[in-house]
Design a protein around this ligand. Sequence first.
Ligand code: ZN
Length: 207
Amino acid sequence: MGDYFQTIVDLDASAADAERLARRVVDRLVTEGIVLAERTDCVLGRPLGHPPGPSWARAVGDLDADEEPWDGLAVHIGRTVFDGGQDSPEAVTCPLCAATTPLESDPYDEFLPEPDGRSTAATDAEDPWPRFATALATWQTTGDAMVVCPACRCPAPLPDWTWTDDRLALGHLGFEFWNWPELTDDFRTRLSGLLDGHRTAYVWGKI
Ligand SMILES: [Zn+2]
């Protein structure tokens, strides 16, 4: 059994907004007792996170007796590609023409060289993943990347593409709950409401 996470990503927050909005959300969650203010070694991928507070159940739905969060909240501030860990997106939709492109291979295959030094995905000219994976890496480094749509042949900014089932999201602010029961729609809506009316994505994944 692995570790799983749920991340609420602010899709509209700028780099300049992120810290202020993060503080507002964490302050509210601490006030409601959903997480604790102190930070401890309770998350993966970050040195410190906020452990569950006494009222953590306010964020989740009906529970079985043995379900409770056993890790904390990691707050990501700064340009980040939020992905689903082992769960790669199955398709991506163009913001210009709304055509959906299936993605069959693993997104990061091309970064994993075969023992003989060849890459796996790069050998398939029809596979769109290498172009998206390259754009993701470029965006992570520079904050700017375009991808040409396989359907309409027009370039569109990478952050504007929609990933099926929110398996991937790009943003400057994310609230990542590690090993919590499923967050309710109501909680996600309330948290989004603290983000100046920004659009949010809900990324679920496991490692
Ligand atoms: Zn298109």
